[in-house]
Design a binder for this molecule. Sequence first.
Ligand code: NDP
Length: 287
Amino acid sequence: QASRVTVLGLGDMGSAIAKTFIDRGHRTTVWNRTVSKALPMVDSGATAAASAAEAAAASPLVVVCLLDGAAVDEVLASVDAAVAGKVLVNLTSSSPHQARANDRWARERGATYLDGKIMGDPADVGTPQVMLSFSGSRKAIDVHGSTLGELGTVTYHGEEAGLAAIEFMAQVAMGYEILIGFLHTLRLVQAEGVDVAEFAERAASSVAALPPLLTSIGNAVKAGEYPPDLGPLNVQAALMDDMISHRESIGVEAVRMREVRDLMNRRIADGFGAQGFSSLFELLTKP
Ligand code: NDP
């Protein structure tokens, strides 16, 4: 159902969001600090407001997508009381702390707050490939979830405003943790004269087998009981020294492998050699 929506911030992501709302028939009001970025949106059918406050006043749903938390603070300060009675949705990538501060800021001005985090490319906004995590007002997601769902696949994490940012930071961090391991692997493969692109294609098939393992590791960590996934540590550790010395012999960095081996050795020394890889979790620092 078409409705009025405001988008504050027309960078790559904000423009993709605004364009999607326009294309789906919403009466869209836009504002951007650099005025020229609003012109293509106006050509597509949006209304450009002269200020962020004027833009916020124009719609019941106000979506913010700016560079970072500092930009959000600056723009919201200029919006101030114009946000009263609105649902404010912040799709800027920032911390759980920032989400909670925005939530308080909105409440103090009689607005309802939803924090949202986007994973995906601007070019894919409007398709299910783009993942959007939300937290904050349940009523807001009930009322505006279908409009927000036009941007991508929506997951609502709960009323505590910081939850979406917690999820976002964990998911993004996991991507980096996995991908740095992949880069180390490509270095190894290349040092052996293997075509890295062809290897990457084969690796993609291997990675497709990982989801069940992630689920079983998650369950093992939650239960604090560690069956011998990937085999018992005693057996796995025997391979580690070979992997490390092989890498070192061909001049390839082995820092990640050493981390794994050291954790395995500590766990074995503590008497847990019959447990699986998931049991290394016990050695990672607790908060
Ligand atoms: P851009 O750099 O393209 O745009 C940044 C936007 O922030 C512009 O509208 C810019 O205005 C505005 N801005 C920056 N500082 C201020 C300020 N002090 N006051 C007012 N406006 C300000 O970034 P994106 O659109 O790509 O990213 C926006 C958000 O979306 C980020 O949090 C990003 O992490 C997130 N995101 C982006 C993805 C991507 O691939 N692009 C993917 C997933 C999330 P101006 O035009 O005047 O400079």
